[in-house]
Design a protein around this ligand. Sequence first.
Ligand code: CUA
Length: 405
Amino acid sequence: MTLLQADNPTAQLVDGVMIYIFGLSLLLLLGITIVTIYFVVKYRRSKHPEPTSEVDHSIVLETLWTVLPTLIVLTMFWYGWTNYVGLTEVPEGAIEINATARMWSWQFEYPDGRRENRLYVPANTPVKVRLRSTDVIHSFFVPAFRIKKDMVPGLETYVWFQAPKAGSYDIFCTEYCGAGHADMVTTIEALSAEDYAAWQVADAPPEHRGLVVMREQGCTGCHSVDGTPGIGPSLFELAGAPRQVEIDGQITEISIDDDYLIRAIRAANDEVVQGYPAMMPSYDETSLNNDDLQALVNYMMGRPDTTTAPALDGARLVEINGCTGCHSTDGSSSIGPTFQGIGNRDITIIREGQELTRKADAEYLLRALVDPGIETVKGYPDIMPPSDYLSPEELDAVVDHLLQQ
Ligand code: CUA
């Protein structure tokens, strides 16, 4: 076994400094101990009843024992600093993933918008993880890669690493963050190139229908979707954007909305964006049906696709949003009440100091998710964070799921 893992770059950086400082300290400790013992034996009183010399100072020795240790400590600092800088320099081509910590769960958001409570990465590829906290200070710690960084609310930090081979690596929260701190554990799942490709395709969100239509109709030949100029105006960040358009020779300022986009497609040259030629073909219902037109408008306005979006899976939402970190699904006691049998169960809640018993129906469950501070279940602390990171549709899916438990 070699001391430094060449295929684990962040561990190599940290271990290099660790071995250097520890090794040098060990050498000095041994050296000083041996010299001390030697002097104790050699100058023991039975052999030298009288002091042998009366030297009170030595410029050479004093200079040496000041300068040498300073130089040694400076090499430790220099080596430590350069390797610390290496931990902040993300190699080019790194995959970027957003990590969110909240009491008491982890969530990872991938470039395609997918969210998971485990960090899936390809092995042997640098990965940059942007770290964010929504509530208190947490800390992201992966012992295998020697990376550890605090996650402070309002401050974005990052780490990077490269998994040396496929496998599972532990992630711990290493800053005490409340009752569920010890449960804030998850894993990095490093996958082989083939497994990672398969994971990316498996239940990946389907492509927006509007973008498909745009390509089928050839719109992207003249209009970019990323803001670069083309023959026609770019279709980048359109919602509400102001445009100078020419209507019957008059320049008018409009702001982009659904109606404008529909007019601009159905009767392309009635209103022409200033600075562009009036050469866009109009699309009537035979060339572009109303469903496709709506998908196209949704896409351009930055709205999700309503035609191909898969049904939301409440069970999955509960898992990837960390709910199960505090709520068991098997009836066992945890930080919060168990989800087992929660649907329409009679529960005793405390609201404004009053105890009352009611049914955990849809209305109650939704309120408990959105505004958990209003009432708490008797016997449990008032510590649940509001689920304000879920969309209304996601909240409905979670409530539906809970009602069936
Ligand atoms: Cu989060 Cu400790």
